[in-house]
Design a protein around this ligand. Structure first.
Ligand SMILES: *Cc1c(COP(=O)(O)O)cnc(C)c1O
Length: 411
């Protein structure tokens, strides 16, 4: 008891520099954070330990689509915390069924498989695709191939980094998992050319988020859909970052009216409160999974399911998709004049933007630091690109503040 009190006192008396020093000393250096130490969040805003406020334009890499501490999500989580948090899947619980039903309806799929992190959901999709290939398509066991995209980001497991072309993410983690081949993102012909008798699936991000908000040419997703249909293979859409209202539609695939065979979801599915991920597919695909052949201790636990259910209920109402579309249009209109005036290019879809800084301008890191000094938190991805993904609750005034901060930080 007294120790807890002392710990709390210590937490509240340490300043930013002391927290940074403590973290750097005792936590592994697998990130290079901006030098800001946050202690509170509400809506689109966060506050650091010295009381400075910042507009959060990273939003937990889109895990915080509904903002910090959304009252509906907090209320649902608090209620569930007091009632039941974990059963394991050895027993049924009274929140997973309703969550699964709602997510199946949102995706238009027959079944879902719940996991925790995004990488686990991607792994689940890959395992299901391989098993489907052997059981349904008749590929000889051990020979299934999956086509992936150059510039992909799907997470951090050994299998997933095996088919990454990001050297830093991949190097020195081998031996690598075989069975994956990369093709040019956005080029349907290269997808078609890569298909062989042992291909079972194509895995892609409908928009490459970590790649710098790379939007493929119009028609690419539709063509991949058609190619997968012709070849009798699965189209897997990793909507972990692009999905759940970020782009102004429920899924980024919706912009091309494309329905993949497997949706992969994470990040915002847990409302920024808790890790919740899932895949959704029809029985014809997901029934290849049988008791014992896949699982997770925490996957589908009552707390996760309650939060996920509230998230899905909020998405089903459509308000967040509209907000993303409207605020995104405002953001694009504000940023457009900066192209040729500090920015080399911008890519915007809904409330999601990739900003390429002109050669000779500040580095991505410097740009992030300048934005921070102006009260805006964002992060560079791949050197000279800044990704903006503010919570979808951001107001028009706050979008203007963001655009002004970007304009000021470029020079
Ligand atoms: C973040 C992300 C992942 C990995 O999710 P984690 O929860 O970090 O494991 C996978 N795919 C995409 C597209 C992502 O943005």
């Amino acid at each position: 008891m007294t120790e807890t009190r002392q710990d709390q006192d210590r937490m509240s008396t340490l300043d930013s520099a002391a927290h940074i020093e403590l973290t750097e000393r005792y936590a592994a250096h697998n990130y290079h954070p901006l030098p800001v130490v946050l202690s509170h969040g509400e809506g689109a805003w966060v506050t650091d330990v010295e009381g400075r406020r910042y507009l959060d334009c990273l939003a937990g890499y889109s895990a915080l689509n509904f903002g910090h501490g959304h009252p509906r999500l907090l209320a649902r989580a608090h209620a569930q915390l007091d009632r039941l948090t974990l059963t394991s899947r050895a027993f049924f619980n009274d929140t997973l069924g309703p969550f699964a039903e709602s997510l199946a309806q949102l995706t238009g799929k027959e079944v879902i498989l719940p996991m925790n992190t995004g990488a686990e959901a991607v792994e689940t999709a890959l395992k299901v695709a391989r098993k489907w290939g052997y059981r349904v398509k008749g590929v000889p066991e051990g020979e299934a191939d999956i086509i992936v995209m150059e510039g992909n980001f799907h997470g951090r497991t050994t299998t997933i980094v095996s088919f990454s072309d990001d050297k830093v993410a991949r190097d020195e983690y081998g031996p690598y998992t075989p069975g994956f081949g990369a093709v040019t993102y956005g080029d349907a012909e290269s997808v078609r050319a890569a298909i062989t008798d042992t291909t079972v699936a194509v895995l892609l991000e409908p928009i490459q988020g970590e790649g710098g908000v790379v939007i493929p040419p119009e028609g690419f997703l539709r063509e991949v859909r058609a190619i997968c249909d012709e070849a009798g293979i699965l189209m897997i859409a990793d909507e972990i970052q692009s999905g759940l209202a970020r782009t102004g539609r429920t899924f980024a695939c919706d912009h091309e009216d494309v329905v993949p065979d497997i949706y992969v979801m994470g990040k915002a599915l847990g409302g920024g409160l808790y890790p919740v991920s899932a895949i959704a597919a029809d029985h014809a695909v997901l029934d290849v999974v049988t008791p014992g052949s896949h699982g997770s201790t925490f996957g589908g636990n009552p707390l996760a399911a309650a939060i996920g259910h509230e998230v899905v209920t909020m998405l089903a109402e459509g308000e967040f998709q509209r907000r993303a579309a409207d605020a995104g249009a405002l953001l694009e209109a504000g940023l457009r004049p900066l192209v040729g005036n500090g920015l080399a290019a911008i890519r915007v879809r809904g409330l999601w933007a990739g900003l390429d800084i002109e050669p000779g301008g500040p580095s991505g890191r410097t740009m992030s630091e300048r934005l921070m000094e102006r009260g805006v938190l964002a992060k560079d991805t791949h050197g000279s690109t800044i990704r903006l993904a503010p919570p979808l609750v951001i107001t028009e005034d706050e979008i203007r503040l963001l655009v002004d901060a970007v304009a000021d930080s470029l020079h």
